[in-house]
Design a binder for this molecule. Structure first.
Ligand SMILES: [Zn+2]
Length: 135
């Protein structure tokens, strides 16, 4: 199934966690070259987050899947992405979403005692288009 194809990330971590999140969100790109994307419209973005690590937390998790949901789904689902301060400098294009989510998640992971490492954020806008960002 095409939605489940992800480019893999080369790494040597013992654990690799992948979390998929569906974000039903709206966006627009005000840039003059954006064509129809200048109009607000929606997608069900499929975000795949890849995290590596060698050490588990005391909970037995590399990262609690629920924590990732709080960082991404709870914050951005059913919203207009352009309204978020995180997108005040970068338009929420598929590329901008991948980059912004990467830095947001990376910052949160750095605070965890077992130091999981964010390896990739992939944002699929529709069945034929996705962007992967690796920091
Ligand atoms: Zn769009």
């Amino acid at each position: 199934m095409i939605f489940q194809y992800y480019p893999s990330v080369a790494h040597n971590y013992k654990f690799e966690l992948n979390k998929d999140i569906h974000l039903a969100s709206a966006h627009f790109n005000p840039h003059e070259s954006a064509g129809k994307s200048r109009n607000m419209h929606g997608h069900t973005f499929i975000v795949n987050i890849t995290i590596g690590g060698n050490e588990l937390a005391d909970s037995g998790f590399l990262v609690n899947f629920g924590t990732i949901n709080e960082m991404v789904y709870d914050k951005f689902d059913s919203t207009v992405l352009n309204d978020h301060p995180e997108f005040s400098e970068t338009f929420p294009t598929t590329e901008g979403i991948a980059q912004t989510l990467f830095h947001l998640i990376e910052k949160e992971l750095e605070a965890l005692p077992n130091k999981p490492k964010l390896l990739q954020v992939l944002v699929r806008e529709n069945p034929s288009s996705y962007v992967a960002y690796r920091g």
